[in-house]
Design a protein around this ligand. Sequence first.
Ligand SMILES: Cc1ncc(COP(=O)(O)O)c(C=O)c1O
Length: 379
Amino acid sequence: MRKETVIIHGGMDRDPHTGASGVPQYLSSTYHQEDVLDHQGYDYARSGNPTREALEKAVAGLEGGAGASAFASGIAAVAAAFILLRPGDHILLPRAVYGGTYRLLNTIFARWGLGHDFVDFTDPDAVRRAVTPATRVLFLETPSNPLLKIIDLRAMVAIARERDLMTMADNTFASPWLQRPLELGFDLVLHSATKFLNGHSDVLGGLAVARTPELAERIYFIQNAMGAVLGVSDSWLVLRGLRTLAVRMEASQKSAQTLAETLSTWPQIRKVYYPGLPRHPGRDIHFSQASGAGAVISFELADKESARNFLRRVRLPLVGVSLGGVESILSYPATMSHAAMPEAERRAQGVTDGLIRLSVGLESPDDLLEDFRQALAGE
Ligand SMILES: Cc1ncc(COP(=O)(O)O)c(C=O)c1O
């Protein structure tokens, strides 16, 4: 089946017991067992729930994986991935990862004995050189947050195969509609389902999708043993949101392209970061591994004051953290996603005081541009 069809029929398709047009919310925490030596597939809701399973099946199908596990948040899915390792192991990752992933490795997993190093993943040779005998995993996000840096997924798979490493991609920004790292040989894909998968800014959730049945089984073991499962109603909401993933991504991406091109011509805007722009670094690599540029843009105003004024004056987009909703969301990385990073390092990475990230929703791009124009008047 093509991806559009998998989205509609891959998970929420008809309740097998009643023919209802969607899988119901099975809210029960426990199940009657006709035969205590051989129950009918379900015994306790942490171990298995038909609603959650429908979501897991749908996302596994979309990503081209053997199986998926749904977690209470994206960061719980990332933590489950790191728990696959052992104290003494080592992870390589680019500095440009989600701040919560950075915090998890820097605090909890550092204390637990899991080592990590940051390396420039846009340079495969640098990654190759950084591998140590203890390295077990290459972990990345592409396009990255907030500067949409592009990493060559195939090159990372090649390095991992040379050095017997596991590959993990946080695919939150691209979504499986645009990019499927497992099909390029990645072992594990992670998602903050809070973003594009659900798409309506009303659920916190995460998914881990494995390429092989063996890895899917190990992740399922962690999901059940550690217990950070996605709740039933939230699973159902993500399933419902997922059904419009294709149309939402296509529409938001189209608007994002228009906005990126237009904003590039405005005098108040110093720089626009978007893989759909002709001179975006890594653009060719991105389009060799993804079918579209996505719905997230970043742009730079002159300084902190200009950014602050703009964010105070805009009327349509929500100003806050998160992305991937039907409504456009503007974020200010300096005090939001990168607040914990020392100022000098943040600036050195290109996350300047004038940088703004825009997750493009489903509003008319003309209305968004009009709003931005009034918000920038006088700058
Ligand atoms: C790329 C990425 N990964 C993971 C997460 C964590 O997800 P959650 O907030 O659902 O725990 C986020 C959240 O912003 C994210 O942007």
